[in-house]
Design a protein around this ligand. Structure first.
Ligand SMILES: *Cc1c(COP(=O)(O)O)cnc(C)c1O
Length: 446
């Protein structure tokens, strides 16, 4: 065993962390996690935390779950990985069938990858090639400001968070960006509502009317999560679906954050009766165990790629670990646990409880906004609520609050000054209260 002090030293010496200013990281004391049990994670110094962000939004049934462990060990004793480029494996087949069964009607085919960003790249490339295979040359994507679909360049092209994406703008392909629904509604109407939904849809309709070269409209499902938990007006997703059908273009819905129960149903699309042309899944798909992602699509799209070998209509895309046996095995077990433990049923009272308790945060003067969709929530911190004045970015107010929460045994990672709550679906009401109490106290200390 390497002792914690040496580990910390080596961590700072060798490991470049994602989304992390390493100068600051190296000046601070950081958490090095060693094990987990249910909603708790333990660091190498033996400290215990509630994992209130589900280890970056992916854990579902808790850490170290016996059923998920068993599924992995059973598969491991058979084989860890065999290629799916022109051959197949058992768990990948079973999972594809299962995903088609539980996803919106119309989605019939599953293309695997490893991360949410790749699931998006695949949707973008499939959509683009779909029109090519059909003999049409289309090249522009319609997307939303403040969108986040991952960090590879295609996903960044259809993204819209300037802080993350601005640097690379010369490398990106053309898109038409409509306003972020929540920010647009807030500015104009105070909050998301029917009128602003209609206005947004009118803007989209004008674009689709005037351009015949739209490959697809791409957007997140129901909420722009990485932008700081910005929910759409109810019915917006459905309205977008109606327009993409009316104007004969494709729709890509990114359920990477919202999928697997996070909004109260297995997928958010269900809540608006939407069946898109592409649905991207990631994060919770393996219950937070292994990297796996999937792009689901329709027979209409799939069929456009069929042809004789020499016609070159097929999709020249794949990754070394596409459809990895271990990841698919644990993803199947994840779905079985949803059924066995009645995860979605048990989640409903927790969503209600979250709604009630979030009300309390309005009492705090440094809280500027409180937003929720299902079991996802964001609490925005402001310097002055009346004047709508934000804290300066460099002050890292969100992180300061998160560090205070750590002292109370709650592990959080904010998005700027938005405190994000993405608790594992399995969390108890008692542990939810611990998280909410710690957060409320920490914000009150500002
Ligand atoms: C996290 C996220 C992604 C990117 O997934 P990675 O696995 O990090 O590549 C894409 N879309 C949404 C909505 C996400 O929240």
């Amino acid at each position: 065993m390497v002792d914690p002090v040496t580990l910390e030293k080596w961590d700072k010496e060798y490991f470049w962390h994602p989304f992390t200013q390493m100068k600051v990281y190296r000046e601070e004391e950081n958490l090095i996690f060693e094990r987990g049990e249910g909603v708790y994670i333990y660091d190498v110094k033996g400290r215990k935390f509630i994992d209130a962000i589900s280890s970056l939004w992916c854990n579902v049934h808790g850490h170290n779950h016996p059923e998920l462990n068993r599924a992995l060990i059973q598969q491991l004793e058979k084989v860890a990985h065999t290629t799916t480029l022109g051959s197949s494996n058992v768990p990948a087949i079973l999972l594809a069938k299962k995903l088609v069964e539980i996803s919106p009607k119309g989605l019939q085919k599953v293309f695997y990858s490893e991360d949410g960003a790749e699931a998006m790249e695949i949707a973008l490339k499939l959509a683009y090639q779909y029109w090519k295979n059909k003999g049409e040359n289309r090249k522009v994507f319609v997307t939303l400001s403040e969108a986040y679909h991952g960090d590879t360049l295609g996903a960044v092209s259809v993204g819209g968070i300037n802080l993350f994406h601005g640097t690379y703008k010369d490398l990106l392909f053309e898109t038409i960006k409509l306003p972020s629904p929540y920010l647009f509604c807030k500015e104009k109407y105070g909050k998301p509502c029917d009128e602003c939904k209609e206005e947004l849809l009118f803007m989209l309709e004008s674009v689709l009317q005037s351009r015949e070269d739209v490959v697809a409209v791409s957007l997140e499902a129901g909420i722009q999560a990485a932008a700081g938990m910005l929910p759409f007006p109810k019915g917006f997703l459905k309205g977008v679906r109606e327009l993409t059908e009316k104007y004969n273009t494709l729709m890509i819905v990114d359920e990477v954050a919202t999928g697997f129960g996070r909004t109260g149903t297995m997928f958010y699309c269900e809540q608006e009766g939407v069946s898109p042309d592409f649905m991207c899944l990631g994060k919770g798909i393996t219950g937070g165990y292994l990297p796996l992602a999937a792009t689901l699509t329709t027979d209409r799209v799939f069929d456009a790629f069929l042809g004789e070998f020499g016609e070159l209509k097929h999709f020249y895309h794949g990754h070394t670990y596409t459809g990895n046996n271990l990841a698919c095995a644990v993803a199947l077990a994840n779905l079985e646990v949803f059924e066995k433990e009645k995860t979605l049923q048990n989640l409903q009272p927790k969503i209600k409880h979250l709604t009630q308790r979030l009300e309390e945060f309005w009492e705090l003067p440094k809280v500027g906004d409180v937003r929720q969709l299902g079991f996802m929530a964001g609490i925005e911190l402001v310097k002055d609520r009346e004047k709508g004045e934000k804290f300066p970015y460099g002050e890292r107010t969100g992180f300061k609050v998160a560090y205070k929460c750590r002292e109370k045994g709650v592990f959080l990672r904010p998005l700027g000054d938005v405190m994000v709550l993405m608790m594992p679906l399995v969390i108890s009401i008692k542990d939810m209260d611990r998280v909410l109490d710690a957060l409320k106290f920490s914000i009150s200390q500002l």
